[in-house]
Write a protein that binds this ligand. Structure first.
Ligand code: FE
Length: 193
């Protein structure tokens, strides 16, 4: 099958617009203008909470032998409000274990990494457990080179506790997909610049 030419494609749009009663130019513009790939506000900040510890180890995987919990990969891009990716941005993650506990003595489920030249990060971890008063979340500080740290949290879709957590912000929901190994989450951070 041959793909329709641009002229035929526009003809289809104009035909639809005539049926809908909208001016052809309005609908054609609405249909053909691409959604901006970026832009918009910076990622909202959130409270650090009581469990942040400085000086976490540099590592892209927080997994350890015998660690309980559903495997989770979180990946995305750090970019500025100017749309440009931020290379060598620092991301410092900390989270609860599958039982909802933080390691405050050591650095279990804590780690930092730097984005690559295209602003990408990738974290291997487990789905955090929930603890009283909070819905499921991962804490993170994100900082451009020579920038100020943005402290925030990431949330998960489909959690009944989201609606009951006063800190929950739908702007901080990851996109989540299940796979054979566990779950894959996507979240892009936007830093003011
Ligand atoms: Fe927490």
């Amino acid at each position: 099958m041959v793909a329709p030419s641009r002229r035929e494609f526009l003809g289809v749009i104009l035909g639809v617009s005539a049926a809908s009663g909208l001016a052809p130019s309005v609908l054609a513009q609405t249909t053909l203008t691409p959604t901006p790939a970026c832009g918009g506000p910076a990622t909202p900040t959130q409270t650090e909470g009581p469990y942040f510890k400085p000086s976490s180890p540099e590592r892209v995987s927080l997994l350890e032998p015998e660690m309980r919990g559903r495997r989770l990969v979180v990946a995305g891009v750090v970019r500025g409000t100017d749309c440009k990716p931020v290379p060598r941005a620092l991301l410092d993650f900390w989270q609860a274990d599958a039982g909802g506990r933080y390691d405050n003595a050591g650095f279990r489920l804590r780690g930092h990494q730097l984005t690559d030249a295209e602003g990408h990060y990738r974290l291997e971890t487990i789905l955090p457990g929930v603890y009283p008063g909070r819905t499921r979340h991962i804490h993170v500080k994100v900082q451009a080179p020579n920038g100020r740290p943005l402290t925030t949290q990431m949330y998960f879709p489909g959690e009944a506790n989201n609606a009951r957590d006063g800190l929950f912000d739908p702007a901080l929901l990851v996109a989540l997909a299940d796979n054979a190994d566990g779950a894959a989450a996507r979240f892009d951070f936007v830093l003011a610049r």
